[in-house]
Write a protein that binds this ligand. Sequence first.
Ligand SMILES: [Zn+2]
Length: 75
Amino acid sequence: MKAFLLLSVVLLAIWLWRSNRETRLGSKPKNPQARRAPLEMLGCSVCAVHVVAADAVHGKRGVYCCQEHRARAEP
Ligand SMILES: [Zn+2]
């Protein structure tokens, strides 16, 4: 009886640990909006159009919306 009690306590502890770990791991893909929300926007030095930092073209004199504007500003 004592062994059964010990086993059930150990199983309960493992189950609690696993469910706690799964919720922590599972919480990340649940709210991708929260991770994506703070998108950095950069203004083009030529036309002032704001583009997402990942899509912006970085030049020597600033940030541009496209290669064409970078070439125009930095010949
Ligand atoms: Zn531009």
